[in-house]
Design a protein around this ligand. Structure first.
Ligand code: GRF
Length: 209
């Protein structure tokens, strides 16, 4: 009986990397199968997520936005460099885990159906351009929502618009501030990112993509 196929993933990060840490911990505990983290790539030099990757013995890569380019070329240039890295490391699935750059172009096409992102709201509400980090939770509170949560979705050419894979809900409590709501949601993100990565890896197993 041959070993079940393992799926190498590239994790994209920008900041603290607590979602990455959830993936690293799951892998270390044998709870990420059939996925395994082949490399971690940040668009920010010095992101603490890269220290988490190094501490776990993972290959760490940095591809920053080239601000010497005209603004309308920067996203495509960054996306093309990330695609090159994804192919070089043999990634079959790309997981955006607290990744803030907007991606487009060939990367989106090449990894169509094989790139996921986690967003800290119940999409399609409170997503799209400019909706990231604390801004999301401030908007949820300002709208008087009674619940919020996180969404893992496929990455398409839009911003937070791809097919929804899974969501986890939390209550909005009276007296909540953006920070307290964010912390409650982050706990659920750490579960959702692992569950969605396993689900996607299983869906790719046995395929030629
Ligand atoms: C999380 O809320 C994530 O949804 C958003 O960035 C925040 C920090 O993520 N994209 P992490 O701690 O860097 O994983």
């Amino acid at each position: 009986m041959s070993e079940p196929e393992k799926i190498p993933i590239l994790v994209l990060v920008s900041g603290g990397g607590t979602n990455l840490q959830a993936l690293l911990d799951a892998e270390a505990a044998g709870r990420l199968e059939p996925a395994y983290i082949k490399a971690v790539l940040s668009d920010k030099q010095g992101a603490y997520a890269l220290e988490r990757a190094a501490a776990a013995g993972k290959t760490s890569l940095v591809e920053s936005m080239d601000r010497t380019l005209p603004p309308d070329e920067r996203r495509n240039d960054l996306s093309d460099r990330i695609l090159k890295q994804a192919r070089a490391c043999g990634a079959r699935l790309v997981v955006c885990a607290g990744f803030l750059s907007i991606l487009q172009g060939q990367l989106i096409d090449a990894f169509s159906g094989r790139m996921i992102n986690i967003h800290p709201s119940l999409l399609p509400k409170f997503g799209g351009k400019g909706m990231y980090g604390q801004k999301v939770h401030e908007a949820v509170l300002a709208a008087g929502e009674t619940e919020s949560g996180c969404t893992v979705h496929l990455v398409d050419a839009g911003t937070d618009t791809g097919s929804i894979l899974l969501q986890k809900k939390v209550p909005v409590l009276s007296g909540d501030r953006a920070e307290t709501l964010a912390a409650r949601i982050l706990e659920q993100e750490h579960k959702a990112i692992v569950e969605a990565t396993i689900m996607m890896a299983k869906s790719i197993q046995g395929s030629t993509i």
